[in-house]
Each structure stands twice: as C-alpha cells, then as structure tokens.
Design a protein around this ligand. Sequence first.
Ligand SMILES: Cc1cc2nc3c(=O)[nH]c(=O)nc-3n(C[C@H](O)[C@H](O)[C@H](O)COP(=O)(O)O)c2cc1C
Length: 356
Amino acid sequence: MKTLFDEIEIAGMKLKNRFIRSATFDGFSDEHGCPTPSLYAIYEDLARGGVGTIITGLTSVSNTEQLMGRQMAIHDDSFIPGYRIMTDAAHRCGAAIIMQLACHGSQYREDAGVKPIWGPSTVEDIAYKKTAQEMSREEIARMREDFANGAFRAKQAGFDSVQLHAAHGYLLSKFLTPYYNQRSDEYGGSIENRGRALFETYQAVREKVGPDYPVLIKINCEDFMEQGMTFEECRCVCARLAELGIDAIEVSGGSFSSRPNESPARKEEGYFRWHADQLARELPVPVIVVGGNRDYETMTNLIRESAIIAVSLSRPLIRECALIERWKGEDRSRALCVSCNKCFNPKGTSCVFNRE
Ligand SMILES: Cc1cc2nc3c(=O)[nH]c(=O)nc-3n(C[C@H](O)[C@H](O)[C@H](O)COP(=O)(O)O)c2cc1C
C-alpha cells in the first residue's frame, strides 16, 4: 500500500519520500540576488527537517527585469558558486533540490526604474496596477534564452532539476490567460497559440540541459478569473508539454488577479486535488499537487485514492521546517489550519481565527 514515506523516482531523480516543499519566496538573497548565509540556513534546516525535495523560491532568469526585493537570481555565471553551497547542503542532508525559474512580468510592486515590465500585451495588472509593455518576438526569444541559460546554470550549480514557473500570474502564466494575452500574432488567440511562448521556452531549456536532466513545470489548473485560462485549456497545455517531454507537472491554481470567492483556496484540504488527479489519470507524466495540504491522514488517502505521485507544501514548512521528521515519528497531528494558516487546529475542529 502506498505511503507518504515511499521512495519515489521522477525522471531518474530518487526522492526519499512523497513530500515536496513547494517554491517559497523568502527574500533572503542580497540586493543582487545572490544567496546569503541566511538563505543557506533556511535550506539546510528544511533538508534536515525531512522533506524529500525542496523547490527554491522563484529565481529571476533575466537581468532585463528588476529583481523583486531580495529575490534569488541566476542571470549570470557568477551566481553558480553560491548556489553550489546551497545544493551541497541539501544533498548532505538527503534532500533533492530543484530551482524554480521565473520572470515576474507585471506582478511587481516596486518601482521598476528604467527596466521594462514585460507582458504578452499592454494590459494593466488587476492586482499590481502595473501596465505591461507588449513583448516583441525578439523579446520573447530573449526570454526563452534567459530561461535556457538559467536552467543550464542551475544544472552546473548542482540542482537536481529545474521547475518553470508558469502559474500564479507570473510572465509565462500571463501568456496563457486570455485577459492578459490579447495578441493577434502566433502567440495569442487559441490555447495552442497562447501556449506557444511556454512550449518554446520549455524546448529551449530542454535543448540546453540535454534529454536526461529533469525539467518540471508549475501551472494553474484554472485562473479563477473573468477571461482566465480554463481547466480544459490547462489540459491541452499539459498534454502538449507531455508530448514535448516535460518530466513532471505541479498543479496549482489562481493568481493575485483571481476573484477571491471563485478560488477554492482556503476552503478545503488539498484544494486542487480533483484537477491534479484528472491530469494524472490522463497524462503519462507524474503529477504533484500543491495547495492546502495540511493533514497527514488526508494526504495519505489522497496518495492512495488518486493517481497523484507527491504532495507539495509551502506554509506548513514555513511554520515548522521539521514537520516531516515529526510526522515520521508518533506525532502526526495536523500541520497548519487550512483556513487561516496560523492556528495548528490539531483536531480539525473549526478554526480559531476564521469562524464562519
Ligand atoms: C510566503 C510565500 C511565498 C511563495 N513563493 C512562491 C514562489 O516563489 N513560487 C511559487 O510558485 N509559489 C510560491 N508560493 C506559493 C506556494 O508555493 C504554494 O503554491 C501555496 O502557498 C499553496 O500551498 P500551501 O497551502 O502549502 O501554502 C508562495 C507562498 C507563500 C506563502
């Protein structure tokens, strides 16, 4: 019978259990995006805390974008030795480590200065109120190359894999969303066209890192907004990525542009499990689910009853970096409350903060 502590394999990566720390921005890099001792400490603590795989916070691949306050970056070879310290620490503690690669586009709060805010079309971001500059074909080609070079550097720095961030309204995700992608060229319109920037980026990455290096993606199952990408469209994108050779898909959903009452977030445990399971059943690719995974028993049932291979967690591991070690022992009480993400709510009774 499947358990959360089974060793699993994804594209040749041996993962010591089915727990993944999903990408979590922590803001502990220096002002240039270089990792710092504080960042190493976070990753080492996570790895010691028992999680099988750690996905880094979103890491900027492009120096044409302004960094988001103390975000990690990998747009230059000079970053490689610093990340080597991080990957060595994770490996010493028995965890695999994956770098999440991203361009943020219009999801940017600060003043971008002279640097452009990229987007598929000139549309104001609903949440961030920044108006993107429509990317030319040359700029899309530059983005592809930036992702490919970032992936190559991550490989050189000892990361076991890279994950393309195509979820939550960041730049690759924006191309998939009709509200933000209003192009009339081959990068806009049908879902095949809106997926093109992502498919080409994946192919550029694959060419650069070779056929055997695992490349993952994080994608929204739905955008949960007016003129957002639908689940049917997500299925088309994932099917194409599977044909192209993607090694695993992490299923998330929504963005800061989502309508709060439409997103299933905060309503139940494992809130994208239905979508993730559908994808896992129809695609020849391992599928991971993230979002509201809190309770050991619920996740065990999820792994047993669905075709999902692994579960990702972010906030529970911010709160308790050694959660997985704890669960390995006797104490399997819940991580965090799915409703408020603050109280421990061990018995699954109603949340102490969000009483309805
Ligand atoms: C502080 C914080 C930072 C995050 N940073 C990222 C990120 O860099 N990349 C990403 O894909 N998701 C990011 N997320 C989203 C998480 O990876 C995850 O999808 C989401 O929090 C749902 O999982 P959870 O319920 O276990 O927290 C972040 C979430 C939090 C709370």
